[in-house]
Design a protein. Structure first.
Length: 450
């Protein structure tokens, strides 16, 4: 094959896409439709809880179009990080949607479901053997962190997906996966350069975000040749530029030239971006440097308590001028009232002052109004509700110097003012682990609908 064509419909399954853009992509006769199903970007809650951060109806809408198009053309559909976080509950949730669609459409399909859940015993043994390492500025992995994880997954590379393709999968539903893997699997299997395939996959996994104007809810088309790849937007309102594609190459990277992944590293130091007619961009020069030891990234989340939040507004300039002192006094009053209640976390986030960046805010001068989010995390929902409620009522009526009215300091946009959020999770595993076999820890199950 001189080229292999990959259609990316949307940045994340469930984000949606225009049917007109998708049909333009189909007219270009793709060899595969690939889509990313999730990310860790929304935080640890979704991995810990086993829930999807995209909505079922939205995912089903997208999948119906993708499944029918792939089966009609007898090309594979590959889904990476199924269900949002890629643990077994997420993958099974995603599979149930696929099964429903096939039944409703009266279609048959051979679906390879690849799980990425890692037995804790395997990771504990790897710790003993010194085969784990931090991924970023985190402590060394400990047995306690592994044991506390509710769900523990590894990012698979393209290899398990290639195995499924070689065995004739119509649809591949993968658990947690390296983002470019779903897009690079078929090209790598067909003998195309791994560096170019993975670089193209890194851009395609976010679909039209790499175009200008960018959108995560629109399609992007990739053509991979022997020594370059071409990106083409499928909506006439967008175009790819050398700047937009190069900028997206820097997306989610700590180093502008190096991107580590399963089994090796993308070296982008010689990458070149050239603009072509019709809003297309050609990329060449990317290299894939294989690692002496194959590694995968591990992700785990554990429960740390329950959260309650309250949202309120402040517009009194006298109070705003001394807001830090007021909040500290409220915190001390709450601590005094509940000194025996046990461990809890109480936090005030001031939007309009430093609500986004906190202490890192370079311009902390308050605006004329503040939005205050009161948050409490505690070992039980009852304690979180109690602490948040007392903090809210204390702040509402706190008598600060210069106060002119006793009617209340806060404006509440909602009633009830306090929201019991439920369980809170944190990442406890964010490490890499050495593997001897890139496919062995990722079991494949066949789900065949006749």
């Amino acid at each position: 094959m001189e080229e292999i064509r990959v259609l990316s419909p949307t940045a994340i399954l469930g984000y949606g896409f225009p049917v007109s853009s998708f049909e333009e992509g189909l007219r270009r006769e793709p060899h595969v439709i690939a889509v990313d199903g999730g990310s860790t970007d929304p935080g640890p809650y979704y991995l810990g809880s086993g829930k999807s951060f995209t909505q079922r109806q939205a995912v089903k809408r997208d999948l119906r179009l993708l499944i029918n198009a792939a089966l009609d053309r007898r090309i594979p559909l590959i889904i990476g990080t199924g269900g949002g976080s890629g643990a077994r509950p997420h993958v099974e949730w995603n599979w149930e949607i696929i099964r429903e669609i096939l039944a409703e459409e009266g279609r048959s399909a051979r679906t390879a479901v690849i799980f990425s859940d890692i037995p804790k015993e395997l990771v504990l043994e790897a710790i003993k053997q010194g085969r784990t390492a931090p991924c970023g500025p985190v402590p060394e992995l400990t047995p306690e962190a592994v044991d506390s994880a509710v769900h523990l997954v590894a990012q698979m590379g393209a290899e398990p997906m290639i195995t499924a393709l070689e065995q004739g999968a119509d649809i591949i539903l993968a658990g947690r996966a390296y983002d470019p893997a779903a897009f690079a699997a078929l090209p790598i299997m067909r003998g195309f350069d791994a560096g170019l395939a993975l670089h193209m996959g890194k851009i395609l996994e976010c679909a039209a975000i790499a175009a200008s104007p960018g959108s995560g809810s629109d399609c992007l088309f990739g053509r991979l040749g022997k020594d370059s790849f071409i990106l083409e937007p499928l909506n006439p309102a967008r175009k790819c530029t050398a700047l937009s594609v190069a900028a997206h190459t820097l997306y989610e990277k700590s180093d502008p030239y190096i991107l580590p992944g399963p089994g090796g590293t993308l070296d982008l130091s010689a990458a070149e971006f050239s603009e072509l007619p019709a809003g297309c961009v050609e990329v060449r020069g990317t290299r894939f440097i294989r690692s002496p030891q194959y590694t995968v990234k591990l992700e785990g989340a554990r429960a740390v308590g329950y959260r309650t939040v309250c949202i309120a507004g402040v517009r009194d300039p006298i109070m705003i001028g001394q807001i830090d002192a007021v909040l500290q006094a409220v915190r001390e009053r709450v601590e005094d009232n509940f000194e025996n209640i046990g461990d809890y976390f109480l936090h005030f986030r001031c939007y309009g002052k430093n609500g986004v960046m906190g202490e890192l805010e370079p311009a902390p001068s308050p605006a004329h109004e503040l939005g205050i989010v009161i948050e409490c995390v505690a070992p039980s929902q009852d304690v979180a509700d109690t602490i948040c409620g007392i903090a809210r009522s204390t702040l509402l009526h706190y008598g600060y110097p210069g106060r002119k009215s006793t009617a209340g300091n806060l404006a509440f946009p909602y009633s009830p003012s306090d929201f019991s959020v439920g369980q809170v999770f944190e990442f406890c595993v964010h490490h890499i682990m050495e593997l001897d076999d890139p496919t062995g820890i990722f079991p494949l199950e066949w789900r065949v609908i006749e």
